[in-house]
Ligand binder design. Structure first.
Ligand code: SF4
Length: 101
């Protein structure tokens, strides 16, 4: 028996985003994860991000959300309990697809 490398099918971004919007716990209060449309103080932001992380902790589609965020590399918001900055740091440690293909 020969071993085959474990691979995942490519993520369909439109389908993934649809699922996140329909099933994600953040659907009840999008501003909590996206941030307000007005300037936010440091303490206010920290408190909001903490609550958003807690909501993500209860979310049934968190793995999909992380896969989506790692692919899209969002510039703002909280995704799968991680800020966009944290997602950026994670993706910075991963090889790009072109480098492993
Ligand atoms: S993991 Fe968090 S950001 Fe992602 S869909 Fe769920 S609640 Fe929303």
């Amino acid at each position: 028996m020969s071993a085959r490398p474990m691979t995942s099918p490519p993520l369909n971004l439109a389908d993934a985003l649809s699922v996140l919007f329909e099933v994600g716990e953040c659907r009840y209060d999008r501003d909590l994860h996206a941030g307000p449309d007005h300037p936010e103080g440091e303490q206010e932001r920290a408190a909001r991000v903490q609550v958003a992380r807690e909501v993500c902790g209860l979310c049934p589609v968190r793995p999909l959300c992380l896969a989506y965020a790692l692919t899209v590399r969002p510039a703002t918001g909280v995704w799968a309990a991680r800020t966009a900055e944290e997602i950026g740091h994670l993706t910075g440690t991963l090889p790009k697809l072109a480098e492993v293909a």
